[in-house]
Design a protein around this ligand. Sequence first.
Ligand SMILES: [Cu+2]
Length: 135
Amino acid sequence: MRRYLVSGFLALLLAGVGLPAALPVGAQEAITVELAPVGGSGISGQATVQPMDGQTMVVITLQGLEPNSRHAAHVHGGSCGGSVMYPLTVVVADAEGNGTSTSMVAATPDASWWIQVHRAESPPGPGIACGQVPS
Ligand SMILES: [Cu+2]
């Protein structure tokens, strides 16, 4: 029985399951956060939240943005409308409107984290996509 569990786990690791091929030392399992449209924006995507050594790497990917646009992103506390807990790297869209951002946050994630991307860079304006880190 145990052997099956172990080999199943290895198969998941080998299959990638959205993880880097080799996790950095101290890395824990990555958490996927669905970023849903806010206010009928039509913008959605995902954030990958990867705790490692007391810090957290947050990688945001969004589709449907204006080409070559820039968007402030934050970890908000308690809800999309909560106060900013941690600023994140600005999301930059390419010519096809696909946006990415990679940040390191000096804290570990929990369900009080809501990841939100805003309409503009500065001032950020309203949220366009937001999602809660699952507990
Ligand atoms: Cu924000």
